[in-house]
Each structure stands twice: as structure tokens, then as C-alpha cells.
Ligand binder design. Structure first.
Ligand code: AMP
Ligand code: ZN
Length: 469
């Protein structure tokens, strides 16, 4: 088996992936807070985790992938202040918390299915595992890591000397900032809620009894309690977006390791953000782009997947419709090329020639180098443009698609009577030339299309029809 290298946020280095148990990989991914639809930035996080999982599967690991659904306890601010996002969402929509949780969980599952993201082995809802969360708070309480305030039970981060090792946090700097940043009874800026009390004289829609009083769990405890429940006290991989490094994952490590006394997770992986030109994409800001917004504008979900594939998961992506258009064109060209190759295939056979195996090795080297899928995609293009025969090209494309997830096997062969893919490609290039106001090039391309026996008929919005002359 080839070696797989992953960038571990803990060491800030690429490390060889060595599983705890031979041939198996346990992976926990922080899932959605189901108070609203996922925006396309959130979906980038799940896409990155999908690539990681597919690469593990490709390398022969049996993957147990666990994802939580946060349906309680995530407050509007990461500092344990403000309303519960779920109760806020329910008030906004005039529904119960349980109803909105169910609705947005289904919406989330449908979004990830459209993006060809393989569903987790196990989904776990925070509200189904309150008992486990209370047990973990008890464990921390018994070991002296907690203190109570008027509004909840808190983890005392000063009692855990390694606190902040993931984020390389400057604890003293944070403490200096505390005068302005927070004013409640928390002892230290970095302390965080394990259990919050329901407000006095007010019944919350979601609340439970506990040894400390009626209330609900702090957001971070669900991930430590449920990951340990399904993957054990010490497991292989934990992931999420980069925003989780300084608070959520830092707190998860503290409470899990303080309770079990063992190392919690070996590899921490974090995906960079998708940003809009105007800045951070945020659900709480109201307006945001969903996958459905893209579909309504005429893009396919897989156009968006192709767009995401082009950038390494540790680099920011700037989202713009221009960039998405470029990705859609690239994907269309890829599909056309494959259609043409499939049209030229005489009799399909399995297996690869020696020359084709070299391309496969290059592809594996890329994906196993910290999931360099952009390079993998470029290698697929090299294959399709190479001198390899149609069989090799199709077999490699299908194999690479186990990672890419673009449904390449579903592309049908070009039939006699179809507009040839090279003509479609020329027409797409002409559309781009027109959009860039390069009319000289646009005319030349129209002529080339004519020379091949086809006529272009322009339609509104830059679209076109192609007809045989
Ligand atoms: P949430 O539903 O807000 O808890 O976020 C779900 C996941 O999306 C988390 O793993 C976040 O780190 C991630 N995330 C949030 N915003 C973005 C963004 N703009 N780009 C990429 N990932 C994001
Ligand atoms: Zn989490």
C-alpha cells in the first residue's frame, strides 16, 4: 500500500497516516447546526471531509465516519453568550425547535446527496445523547475540573495545563483581553460552559434534568461525548472547518482528555473557508447562497463540486459566479471529451496498460500528498489528452472518479448524429470570447465551426443552438 500523508493541525506538519487499528480509520466530523439551510461555504467543509473519506477508502481503509447533528445548545456566540441558535430559529419561523431541527436535517441530507457526498456511517443527534453528555460533565466534576456560576457549570481551563495546544493559543494575551471581552462570572476568558441552566421563570422548549439543575448541554460537550461513544476514547481523525480550531476543537480536547486521561485524537484536519467577494459568508447575516440558489440559476450541483475540486482544502476559495462559470465550462469540456472517447471505444475491456499504470501512480501520489485533488484533476485531463487508447482512458477516469465523485461512469458515448464534442467545445470558447468582448476571436471560432459543417444560432443571454449546415 502507498503511504498516505495528511496535514495535522496539532503538529502543523504533514504526517504519515498510521491508524490505531490496522486497516481501519475512525473519523469524526463536526456536523451542521440545524437552525437554517447550509450555505455553500458550509458545504465546502463537508466536501473536504468527503474527499478525505474517499481517499481513505481508496487506500483500502475501512472507514467509520461519524457526524453529529447539533440540534441544541449552540449559542449565537462561541463564547457561551446569547440565545440558543435553535430556539432563535424556531421563533423566527413560528415552529417548534423539534420541527425546525427535523426540517433542516432533511434539507442538509438532501444537499450533501446532490453534491455526491457519501453519507456518514453514523449520524448522531445531540438530543439523543443527553445522558452521555451529562455523564461526561459528571466525570469532569468528580475530577475537579468544573465550577458553577449563576448560569451554568463551566470547565476551568486553568486546571488543564495543556489547554490551547491545538490552536497554539496565547492564553495570557487572551486573558488581557478579558476586561473588554466578557463580564460574567466566568473565571477565565477561555473557560466554557459544559451545562447551561434554563433561564429562571422561563421554560425552554428543550431542557433536561441534571445533578446541577434543569438546563441543556453546552455546545462542545456533545462532540466529545458522542465521538467517544461511537469511536472510543482514542480515535484516528477529527475534522471540521478552520473556525473550529481556537474554540470548539480546543475545548473538545480539553474536556475529553481531562475526563479520560488519554490522548483523544491522533490527527486533526481542518478545511479552509469559502469566502465571498464581500467577505465572510454567514448564516446569521441573513442573505446567503445555498446550493439551491445555484441550481435555480442553472448550475448543476456537480458544477459546484467541480469548482471545489480545483482548490486544495487548506487554501481559501473566493466564490464568484465568474469563477463558477469557468468551472462549469471546464466540467462541460471534460464530459464532452469523455463522450467522444466513449464513442471511439470498440470493445470495452478491464485492466490498464503499463503506460496507463504510470498515470495512476501519479494520481495516487497526488491524492496521498495531503489530498492534492486539484493536481489529481489535472492528471485526469492529461490522461484524456494523452496517446493512451480509449479503454485505458475510460478505465482511469472511472477509477479516479472514486475520489472525484463526478459521476463520470454515467456519461454516455457519443452517438452518430450527436453534435461532436469538439464543435461544442468551440462554441463554448466562442461564448467566452464574446463575453470577454473579443469579437475577432468569436468570429474566427464561428468560422471554424462552419468549416466542420455546423451553424451557430445565437440565443438570449449568450446561449446558443448548434445545427448541421
Ligand atoms: P455550522 O452549521 O455553522 O456549525 O457549520 C458547519 C461547518 O461549516 C463547520 O465545520 C464550519 O467550520 C464550516 N464552515 C462555516 N462557514 C464556512 C465557510 N464559509 N467555508 C467553509 N466552511 C465553513
Ligand atoms: Zn464538533
Amino acid at each position: 500500500m502507498e503511504k498516505l500523508f495528511l496535514f495535522n493541525t496539532l503538529s502543523r506538519q504533514k504526517e504519515e497516516f498510521i491508524p490505531i487499528e490496522d486497516g481501519k480509520a475512525g473519523m469524526y466530523c463536526c456536523g451542521p447546526t440545524v437552525y437554517n439551510f447550509a450555505h455553500i461555504g458550509n458545504l465546502r467543509a463537508y466536501f473536504f471531509e468527503d474527499i478525505l473519506k474517499r481517499v481513505l477508502l481508496y487506500n483500502g481503509f475501512k472507514v467509520k465516519h461519524v457526524m453529529n447533528i447539533t440540534d441544541v445548545g449552540h449559542l449565537v456566540s462561541d463564547d457561551d453568550e446569547g440565545e440558543d441558535k435553535m430556539e432563535k430559529g424556531a421563533n423566527r419561523e413560528g415552529k417548534t425547535v423539534w420541527e425546525i431541527a427535523e426540517f433542516y436535517t432533511e434539507a442538509f441530507k438532501s444537499d450533501i446527496a446532490m453534491l455526491n457526498i457519501i453519507p456518514p456511517t453514523i449520524y448522531c443527534k445531540a438530543t439523543d445523547f443527553i445522558k452521555e453528555q451529562v455523564e461526561m460533565v459528571k466525570c469532569l466534576d468528580n475530577k475537579g475540573y468544573t465550577y458553577s456560576t449563576n448560569d451554568g457549570v463551566y470547565f476551568d481551563t486553568q486546571k488543564f495545563p495543556e489547554y490551547g495546544k491545538l490552536a497554539l493559543l496565547d492564553i495570557e494575551g487572551l486573558e488581557e483581553g478579558k476586561r473588554i471581552a466578557f463580564s460574567d462570572e466566568k473565571k477565565h476568558k477561555t473557560d466554557f460552559a459544559l451545562w447551561k441552566f434554563s433561564p429562571k421563570n422561563q421554560k425552554r422548549q428543550m431542557e433536561w434534568e441534571s445533578p446541577w439543575g434543569t438546563g441543556f448541554p453546552g455546545w462542545h460537550i456533545e462532540c466529545s461525548a458522542m465521538s467517544i461513544k461511537f469511536l472510543g476514547r482514542h480515535f484516528d481523525i477529527h475534522c471540521g472547518g478552520v473556525d473550529h480550531i481556537p474554540i470548539h476543537h480546543t475545548n473538545e480536547i480539553a474536556q475529553a482528555e481531562a475526563c479520560t486521561g488519554e490522548k483523544f485524537v491522533n490527527y486533526w484536519l481542518h478545511g479552509e473557508f469559502l469566502i465571498e467577494e464581500k467577505g465572510k459568508m454567514s448564516k446569521s447575516a441573513g442573505e446567503f447562497l445555498r446550493l439551491k440558489t445555484l441550481v435555480d440559476k442553472g448550475y448543476s450541483p456537480l458544477d459546484y463540486r467541480y469548482f471545489l475540486l480545483m482548490t486544495h482544502y487548506r487554501k481559501k476559495i473566493k466564490f464568484s459566479f465568474e469563477n463558477l462559470d469557468a468551472a462549469r465550462n471546464g466540467f462541460q469540456n471534460l464530459k464532452n471529451k469523455l463522450k467522444e472517447i466513449k464513442g471511439a471505444l470498440k470493445d470495452a475491456k478491464e485492466g490498464l496498460s503499463d503506460e496507463a499504470t504510470k498515470y495512476r501512480t501519479k494520481f495516487i501520489d497526488s491524492i496521498n500528498d495531503d489530498l492534492n485533488i486539484g493536481e489529481g484533476l489535472a492528471i485526469l485531463w492529461d490522461v484524456l489528452k494523452s496517446e493512451l487508447d480509449a479503454n485505458d482512458k475510460i478505465n482511469l477516469a472511472n477509477e479516479f472518479d472514486r475520489i472525484l465523485g463526478l459521476d463520470l461512469a454515467k456519461i454516455e458515448a457519443e452517438q452518430a448524429g450527436d453534435i461532436p464534442s469538439e464543435v461544442i467545445e468551440l462554441a463554448n470558447k466562442r461564448k467566452e470570447a464574446k463575453a470577454a468582448k473579443d469579437f475577432k476571436l468569436a468570429d474566427e471560432l464561428r468560422q471554424q465551426i462552419k468549416d466542420k459543417g455546423y451553424e451557430l444560432l445565437d440565443k438570449k443571454g449568450g446561449e446558443f443552438d448548434i445545427k448541421p449546415l
